[in-house]
Write a protein that binds this ligand. Sequence first.
Ligand SMILES: Cc1ncc(COP(=O)(O)O)c(C=O)c1O
Length: 448
Amino acid sequence: MRSGKAQVKTRSTGGSEPKRCHVLPVVHAARRPSRRGLDIHNQTLCERCSQCRGGGGRLTTQLGRALEKHERWRAYQCLNLIASENVTSPAVRRMLGSDLGHRYTAQDRFYLGSKFTDEVEETASQLVREVFGSEWADATLHSGHLADMTLLSAFAKRGDRIVTVGSNDGGYFGIGDVGYPRILGLETLHFPFDRDRWNIQIDKTFELIRREHPRIVVLGASFILFPHPVEALAKACLENNALLAYDGSHVLGLIAGGLFQQPLKEGARILLGSTHKSLFGPQGGVIAAFSEEGETMKQTIFPALRDNAHWNRIAAVAQALIETKKFGKQYARQVIRNSRALAEALDESGVPIRCRECGYTASHQVLLEMERLRDGENVPDRLQEANVIVDRGIRLGTNEMTRRGMQEKDMNEVAGIISGVVLGKGNLHHAKKRAMRLASKFPRVQYA
Ligand SMILES: Cc1ncc(COP(=O)(O)O)c(C=O)c1O
């Protein structure tokens, strides 16, 4: 223990060397916690320690192996281009694995022992306010979807109308006809949408708002390339007594870095979203708002939509925001550069990419034109065989690859691998080798 590294004494299982446990440094080094923290290199179960073996047994072994296989594949061997995912820093993982995750402290103070968790909550809330420029904040929601549910539950009642981006135009289905609005009995209308510019049609939207008197207008989408016209819409919403909110689940990391757009400054009353897509956090949801709307949502959150708060996750979100404050701008700038470089290289190689005339993208996403791809529905599976992981959209996200340190020149290589698979040139085995070689050069989390 002199070195400060966590060591585990094991009952003799053959070898005499004590082994360092990579998974639970604090538990194993109870008398002196490890300062190493976790890193994505060392997320494997150690073989000897009984705590890591989780009591042993076939199922534990199976579970451990599944985890190892998953991590080896997704963390080290794949090019992860899912726009909804990201990787967290060792410090964020440390928070997630901490004792805070064992504790039960609801807002009604029924459970004692919360004198330090209060600090965690206040720090997280303060960081959200700072990073997104809001008067009020909540970082306790378990997901972006719950943040959307909070918005709709707090401000709309049965029979009200809301306007969202339609799911055919890349809107989030969770706040579309089939999602939560159906449960609340709301009528969902869709923004008139211009697919060439991948944005809402502002004049027709004005008409829609005047004609239909929606209670809530929600900007933001799952497939989002360009900033929305928040300022123009804010005026129309004010005149027609509609609440303007922005679901920034996808672009929150770019907004936090001061790029893309600043919805609250531009006139939205509420900004909400996931903490783990372009942002640095673990999975979760945040809401940043003006005080008036915030106080209304507070009544909805507890105890209706959330009781027990997950303090370890909230601490991890706070840590992610600390990293964002320091590195967010640099990261966001590189994400956007990488998206443009990827789009351009793919387009040049003959892969149909949306919105060439508008510069392809101003976000972490690049959209392939599925309809123009031969055998398009099989492309995601073929890419997966080549260790390039995408969704069935096909929407490519540069956020995780950027967080691992890739730059424009690496995007050329990514584009080369993808275009070979998409256009059916070369064999998948060769593409996979190229993908693995590239991925292996970027195993660590950067901007932290
Ligand atoms: C625009 C948008 N909002 C909300 C969500 C829900 O996010 P979460 O997965 O954090 O619940 C998604 C999910 O993809 C999304 O794309």
